[in-house]
Design a protein around this ligand. Structure first.
Ligand code: HXC
Length: 517
């Protein structure tokens, strides 16, 4: 056998060894917990045969606490690139089978390398997190490694899409990389995220909580909003990443891919002509409206369990990606509050950063009143959404279905926040406030002085409603560009998107803005 063939055999053996990560026993343990290994996950995520691994021979350099005898080829993360639906994507997948996927200095270098490549190539970065956090034996070098990653997350923000999947533990400062990325997806039953674990919580606050209660997928998807999506399984999480990427461009200089559809652009949806209930206090389901107007009813909702009074997500019109923001009359009457404002603001900013037009469907009675909201800073949080819409330069189409009152009218992509096409259904009510509240302010004295205050107020309310509870008052001033028949909504939105496809608008040059955080 030639010397060269021996060397090739050695390479093949080394590769096989690296592919085993922490070894068969650790892989079995991972499987026994219902989890796939890092490489199995990558295989499921990427187009078949497209993954190219980098840095398979990297080893950590730590010698503390006997670590010089505990080395694994590639260390605790698998990194590289490949394609998803034929488009280039970079990935790092933490390998829990290697020292619990704990982050070493060299692992951080591997992750930073692919992040740097992604930035240069203008391609998304996916992080699959499954790690015990900073490698304790490495001390400050592990922390420095995290900081290097965070710095890159920050610089990549708004340049290339960054998606984090949590498929195991993600604790301590490690949570900040996902938090800095655009989307965090958690798989139920196998993942958790928290800054301090149950033991520390018990010591400091006396609270008894499990990992799941403290930072499980459902907690973060429904209560904290830290997770944008929660999937039932790890496989679903990976499938969701593929689906999500399909709505996104590769970077901030490109457009999202156009996906062919057979859904006619002029499809009339008669059901929409009858969807608004006669009583203004009755709800209807905004999902029905969304499903009826978008291509093939295909809606990828973001934050579906969090702040359900507002709906945000991706859809397509005539094959083009849009971000949909819609009040949900079925939940809290579609009112805006702290969480809804934060949720929608982040989504609007993401869409704007990545050239995804915004379609806003409005039915909003106002902001939620009360001390809870005021003490929580609803003024500043509401301002985030206002700010996000006002600074956004992507095409913005607003359709007012029913209520659009007061400050919430302004916030929800009104004309003066540079809404490009603002449409209203004939059922729209665009005013400072609802009739009842308005007459109580305007006619309180008159009602008090009369023999029949209720009659006075009810007559005035009728008068007010006739005058203001319609779209024509706003249309009279050009604040509404057209009043449209509900069943035509899909066609009108598509027409508007076509018209706006060459939109160019810029904001004044500045170092950066000062969004009300
Ligand atoms: C070194 C670690 C490790 C870590 C796990 N391991 N976490 N080694 N540093 N952070 C090792 C274990 O010793 C074990 O090695 C192997 O990984 C598998 O871990 P197990 O404990 O056997 O697995 P499991 O029972 O599933 O428990 C997983 C776990 C637990 C809950 C994550 O390992 C754990 O609590 N780890 C420590 C978590 C932590 O406190 N991390 C620091 C957070 S602070 P052997 O050789 O036995 O197989 C932090 C700061 C970041 O990360 C700051 C950034 C700014």
């Amino acid at each position: 056998m030639s010397n060269q063939l021996d060397k090739i055999r050695e390479l093949i053996e080394l590769r096989a060894k690296a592919r085993l990560g922490g070894g068969e026993a650790a892989i079995e343990k991972q499987h026994a917990q219902g989890k796939y290994t890092a490489r199995e996950r990558i295989t499921m995520l990427f187009d078949e045969g497209s993954f190219e691994e980098l840095d398979m021979f990297v080893e950590h350099r730590c010698t503390n606490f006997g670590m010089d005898k505990k080395k694994f080829l590639g260390d605790g993360v698998v990194t590289g690139y490949g394609t998803i639906e034929g488009r280039l994507v970079y990935i790092f997948a933490q390998d829990f089978t290697v020292i619990g996927g704990s982050l070493s200095e060299t692992m951080a270098q591997k992750i930073c390398k692919i992040m740097d490549l992604a930035m240069m190539m203008g391609a998304p970065v996916i992080g699959l997190n499954d790690s015990g956090g900073a490698r304790i034996q490495e001390g400050i070098n592990a922390l420095a490694g995290y900081a290097e990653i965070f710095q890159r997350n920050i610089l990549a923000s708004g340049v290339v899409p960054q998606i984090s999947a949590i498929l195991g533990p993600c604790a301590g400062g490690a949570v900040y990389s996902p938090a800095l990325t655009d989307f965090t997806i958690m798989a139920k039953g196998m993942s958790y995220m928290f800054l301090t674990g149950p033991k520390v919580v018990k010591t400091v606050t006396g609270e008894d909580v499990t990992q799941e209660q403290l930072g499980g997928a459902e907690v973060h998807a429904a209560r904290s909003g830290v997770a944008h999506f929660a999937t039932d399984t790890g496989e679903e999480c990976l499938a969701l990443i593929r689906k999500l990427l399909g709505f996104l461009p590769q970077n901030n200089l490109e457009e999202a891919p156009i996906i062919h559809t057979n859904d006619p652009i002029d499809r009339l949806e008669d059901s929409l002509n009858e969807i608004i209930p006669d009583s203004p206090n009755k709800a209807y389901d905004m999902y029905e409206v969304i499903g009826a107007i978008i291509d093939d009813g295909e809606f990828l909702e973001v934050h579906s369990s969090y702040a359900q009074n507002i709906i945000v997500g991706f859809a397509r019109f005539n094959g083009r990606s849009v971000g949909i923001v819609a009040n949900q009359p079925k939940t809290l009457a579609g009112v805006l509050d702290i969480n809804a404002s934060r949720k929608a603001a982040r989504f609007v900013r993401f869409c704007d950063a990545f050239n995804i037009p915004l379609v806003t469907l409005v039915d909003v009675p106002g902001f939620l009143p009360g001390t809870g909201q005021e003490y929580g800073g609803v003024i500043v949080h509401g301002a985030k959404l206002l700010y996000a819409y006002g600074e956004a330069t992507v095409p913005k189409i607003t359709v007012t279905l029913r209520k659009s009152y007061g400050g919430a009218h302004i916030v929800m992509s009104c004309k003066q926040l540079r809404g490009d096409m603002n449409y209203a259904w004939p059922t729209a009510e665009i005013a400072v406030m609802g009739g009842k509240g308005a007459v109580e302010v305007l006619y309180a004295k008159e009602a008090k002085a009369s023999d029949n205050p209720e009659k006075v107020l009810s007559e005035k309310e009728d008068e007010y409603t006739k005058a203001f509870a319609n779209p024509y008052n706003a249309a009279k001033y050009g604040y509404i560009d057209d009043v449209i028949e509900p069943r035509n909504t899909r066609f009108r939105i598509i027409r508007a998107l076509q018209q706006l496809s060459t939109k160019k608008q810029t904001n004044p040059a500045k170092k950066h803005d000062n969004l009300p955080l």
